[in-house]
Design a protein around this ligand. Structure first.
Ligand SMILES: Cc1cc2nc3c(=O)[nH]c(=O)nc-3n(C[C@H](O)[C@H](O)[C@H](O)COP(=O)(O)O)c2cc1C
Length: 196
């Protein structure tokens, strides 16, 4: 463990590179979060800071940087679609993670029942209405109320992000765990000792 110098604010000074390296040890899936802009053009951005938040009521959250143009469009539209990327969608992810003007060029997509752009071949999609926005430093914490859920495939594998690089699950390591029944209970029950 390395101790950090104390800055004028009274809090330890955290080096940006070290922050990225240490937080990069936390492996996540990747989503592309989409909406329509004022001209009805589909817009979106690659987002790893996505999480399930609450089952009752059904809530999710994501954290866009305050500079995100997609967030500005979502704020105006008041709704968004979370597309969970499959391991084959690395190139698509890189495009949506860039600041290219037309990220949807060459991307197959369709409109959902709640009038949101859904990316074809994504593993899952979640249509949401913006419920609340909380300040999160240089990001916003956006809480969304779930309106609709869709699974495009049950056999696909997710694209992962780990230590600043794309990776994927090794198929031979995805054997069902013996405690699967408990996990099922954990994911579907809200009690004092479970979080979702
Ligand atoms: C794998 C990956 C994960 C990302 N996760 C986030 C995130 O959680 N929040 C965020 O604000 N930007 C994230 N980004 C960066 C945005 O996708 C990027 O800044 C994007 O260009 C913003 O575009 P926009 O201004 O069109 O919204 C991520 C990028 C990549 C490649």
């Amino acid at each position: 463990m390395t101790s950090e110098a104390v800055a004028d604010s009274g809090f330890p000074e955290i080096d940006a590179r070290r922050f990225r390296n240490v937080l990069g040890q936390f492996c996540t899936g990747i989503t592309v979060i989409t909406t329509f802009d004022d001209d009805r053009a589909p817009v979106g951005f690659a987002c790893q800071s996505f999480a399930a938040l609450s089952l009752d009521p059904p809530l999710v959250l994501f954290c866009p940087t305050k500079q995100s143009r997609t967030w500005a469009a979502i704020e105006r539209a008041g709704r968004f679609c979370v597309n969970v990327l499959a391991e084959e969608q690395r190139e698509l992810c890189a495009r949506f993670g860039s600041r290219e003007p037309d990220k949807f060029a060459g991307t197959a997509w369709h409109t959902t029942e709640f009038d949101l752009p859904q990316i074809d071949e994504a593993l899952a999609s979640i249509d949401c209405r913006v419920d609340r926005v909380i300040d999160g430093g240089d990001h916003h914490i956006v809480i969304g109320r779930v309106l609709a859920l869709a699974e495009t495939t049950e056999s696909g594998r997710p694209l992962l992000f780990y230590r600043g690089q794309y990776t994927a699950i090794e198929p031979e390591k995805t054997v069902p765990a013996p405690w699967r029944a408990d996990l099922e209970h954990f994911l579907t029950t809200t009690t004092l000792d479970t979080w979702l």
